[in-house]
Design a binder for this molecule. Structure first.
Ligand code: SRM
Ligand code: SF4
Length: 558
């Protein structure tokens, strides 16, 4: 067991939080400030919320001796990223009434609303609850939203695999009733035994915990970037079980060499639902018992695994689950992109995957995306699925409803936008960053679109416009848009400056490498121009940009 010395302050907050209640109720009542007390800011994360402030006006307000403009961001729990049309309508309305109105699809296929003032949090959660939606455990030191490949056309047994996201999410939910008590005014639990939590106990996990389920050949969920990646093994249209990979995680801290991105290691195969769920559960208990609770920078499972070793971990896991993991089965990933446009599954149902730049659902002059989605939802004939590439799949559409959906999308400019967007833009992702993320050093989603507009002519100049190059940007090294597994990763270092990483592969099985430090826009474009020119002239046939770029960066490092 980890020694209880020098515990990080968050450990004390969790332990003394009265099963994640803290003083949230009192904080909400305090009308003098738009904020909540500091300890509650840590506790409220377990309820799916972050306190933030508008960083664009922070300095201006400070100069006027005004408090920061505090608001809250709420993140939904959507295992596998699925909503019914009724739930989309509810989300649309809640966003309009209580938040900035923009619905943000995250890189973990769920939805976030930003800009809620304190008094709007409770009405928001209650409205979500009426739509059978919640935000439990989408943040905090606990298992987060479980992601699953969302492309139904991938396999006739997609639904069977998809259901694991929900099963795992349920298995790893906290036992506390604090969420229901604080937000939904349910009766107070008097007998604390009812809340006894054998998994999380009273200090929860040392750090956040993430699980993804991938269905080969598409690794759209970036399975290896997760604490646990489950890889579905399918033979003759039958799910045989899952390879289990552990210890993935992407964050690093500038200037702290002890921190690093790491891809998950495949350690074995589970041949049944019972085995898989046991292995998942006990991986969490190992991390609970051995994870670093002193230094939060080194607290993810990846560091536990590297400290004790993969073989030790496997042995410990087998002791806890009571059976031996089988040898990993063979699988092949060959892509990570979404399948844009219309597709049909084995039952004849239709799916339309539409491009949502950086996951931001809003109406612009060119594309009335938010209105289109509301109209589609009101028609009631398509479900909504969100992808880990921040896009939407309108799904399960019967033949007779397809043309109506098509017309609605056409009329709002969505189809033109999806088909007319360049290959590189369709393969791009940026994190939220400014103006809400407190950790951002540079812009993310507000900047990448305009940078891509300057990269597109370079690709055209070198006859590479059709090339599917995966490019990702984050406003800091935490890696929320998974830039370290991109073919081109831009990681914010200061306002207007980015480290450029290149050489990731197309399917997310290789980390990229740091190529250039602290580039401004002109320098980024110059470097890309040179790389694209060389790629076009010297690439081998069918060589991907990431594979070519790896050689370039290796030459530089040698
Ligand atoms: Fe993230 C923190 C946004 C996916 C690694 N992330 C944050 C916070 C909450 C900032 C904070 O702590 O106050 C950001 C809120 C910004 C805002 O205003 O909304 C934030 N992360 C996001 C989202 C919304 C990015 C997006 O544009 O889609 C993604 C929400 C996912 C979700 O639905 O749960 C998001 N974050 C990720 C990913 C990608 C993934 O999971 O596939 C990573 C890298 C993978 C990993 O976890 O290793 C990621 N976020 C982090 C970290 C670094 C964690 C670490 O190991 O050190 C932080 C900082 C922290 O936890 O201290 C962070
Ligand atoms: Fe914020 Fe950094 Fe995550 Fe971007 S990568 S959302 S800047 S924490």
């Amino acid at each position: 067991m980890a020694k209880a010395v020098n515990l990080s302050p968050i450990e004390k907050i969790k332990k003394e939080s009265n099963n994640l209640r803290g003083t949230i109720t009192e904080s909400l009542r305090d009308e003098i400030t738009g904020a909540i007390v500091e300890e509650d800011q840590a506790v409220i994360k377990f309820h799916g919320m972050y306190q933030q402030d508008d960083r664009d006006i922070r300095e201006e307000r400070a100069s006027k001796k005004l408090d920061r403009l505090y608001t809250f961001m709420i993140r939904l729990r959507l295992p596998g990223g699925f909503l019914t049309p009724e739930q989309w309508i509810a989300t649309h309305n809640i966003a309009g009434e209580n938040s900035t109105g923009i619905i943000k699809i995250t890189t973990r296929q769920t939805l976030q609303l930003h800009g809620l003032i304190k008094s709007k949090i409770k009405p928001t959660i209650r409205a979500f609850n009426e739509a059978k939606l919640d935000s439990i455990a989408t943040c905090g030191d606990i298992n987060r939203n479980v992601v699953c490949s969302s492309h139904p056309k991938q396999s006739s047994i997609h639904n069977e695999i998809f259901s694991y996201a929900d099963k795992i999410s349920q298995l790893l939910m906290p036992k506390t009733k604090a969420y229901y008590e604080i937000w939904l005014d349910e009766e107070k639990i008097l007998d604390k035994k009812e809340e006894e939590d054998l998994l999380y106990q009273d200090r929860y996990l040392p750090r956040k915990f993430k699980i993804a389920i991938a269905i080969p050949p598409n690794n759209d969920v970036d399975a290896f970037a997760n604490d646990i990646g489950l890889i579905a093994i399918i033979e003759n249209e039958k799910l045989l079980g899952y390879n289990i990979a552990v210890g993935g995680g992407l964050s690093a801290t500038h200037g702290n060499d002890a921190t690093y991105p790491r891809l998950a290691t495949v350690i074995g195969f589970c041949n049944s639902e019972e085995q898989t769920l046991k292995a998942v559960y006990e991986t969490l208990t190992i991390q609970r018992d051995f994870g670093n609770r002193s230094d939060r920078k080194l607290a993810r499972l990846k560091y536990t695994l590297d400290k004790f070793g993969v073989e030790w971990f496997k042995q410990e896991l087998e002791n806890r689950i009571g059976f031996k993991l089988e040898k990993p089965r063979e699988y092949t990933f060959n892509e990570r992109s979404d399948y844009y446009g219309w597709h049909q599954n084995h039952e004849g149902l239709w799916y339309y995957t539409l491009f949502v730049e950086n996951g931001r659902v809003l109406d612009t002059d060119e594309v009335k995306l938010k209105s289109a989605l509301l109209a589609v939802a009101k028609a009631g004939t398509a479900n909504f699925r969100f992808t880990c590439n921040q896009n939407i799949i309108l799904s399960d559409i019967a033949d007779q409803h397809k043309s109506k959906i098509e017309t609605l999308l056409q009329n709002h400019g969505v189809i033109k936008h999806t088909t007319g967007t360049s290959a590189i833009r369709k393969n791009s992702m940026a994190c939220v960053a400014l103006n809400t993320c407190p950790l951002a050093l540079a812009e993310g989603q507000r900047y990448l679109p305009s940078l891509i507009s300057k990269i597109e002519p370079l690709l055209q100049k070198h006859q590479l416009s059709e090339e599917d190059i995966i490019i990702r940007m984050t406003g800091c090294p935490n890696g929320c848009a998974r830039p370290y597994v991109a073919e081109i990763g831009l990681v914010g270092t200061a306002y207007g400056k980015y480290n450029m990483h290149i050489g990731g592969d197309h399917q997310g099985e290789r980390l990229n490498k740091l190529f250039k430090h602290n580039l401004n826009e002109a320098a980024i474009l110059l470097q890309l121009d040179k790389l694209f020119e060389k790629f076009n002239k010297s690439r081998m046939s069918f060589e991907r940009f990431g594979d070519f770029a790896l050689n370039e960066v290796n030459q530089l490092l040698n």
